[in-house]
Design a protein around this ligand. Structure first.
Ligand SMILES: [Cu+2]
Length: 129
């Protein structure tokens, strides 16, 4: 009788272990906007291994305050926006910007990253408030 119970418990424990090994515990979603100062939003720029950014055009409005954050998703890239004095790299991946002038700004990769480097560009459009 006891052996039978032990067998059931052992089997259940094994199955639970196998389940956790296979599927792992669900990951908690990370809210990257948490902890930002009030009125500041996150503008994430992902640089990819195929020499593109995750958006062709990023938009904002005059008066917006953002934390611009570079995320390398393949290869090592940096981003520059000359007119806004933005220069992000792996070592300094983020900066706070307050948009004061409407306009169209060029975002380009600042690190020679390979074949597609020279055309690795996107736009930031800042609309009038
Ligand atoms: Cu590059």
């Amino acid at each position: 009788m006891h052996k039978w119970i032990m067998f059931v418990i052992f089997t259940a424990a094994s199955l639970l272990g196998l389940y956790l090994l296979t599927f792992q515990l669900p990951e908690k979603p990370v809210d990257e906007s948490a902890g930002l100062p009030e009125g500041v939003t996150l503008m994430k720029v992902q640089a990819r291994g195929d020499f593109t950014f995750n958006e062709e055009v990023y938009t904002a409005k005059v008066g917006d305050k953002v934390i611009m954050k570079l995320e390398n998703k393949g290869g090592i890239h940096g981003i520059n926006i000359d007119a806004l004095n933005v220069a992000l790299t792996v070592d300094t991946p983020q900066t706070e910007i307050e948009f004061t002038e409407p306009g169209e700004y060029e975002i380009y990769c600042s690190i020679p990253c390979g074949q597609g480097h020279l055309t690795m560009k996107s736009k930031l459009i800042v609309e009038a408030a």
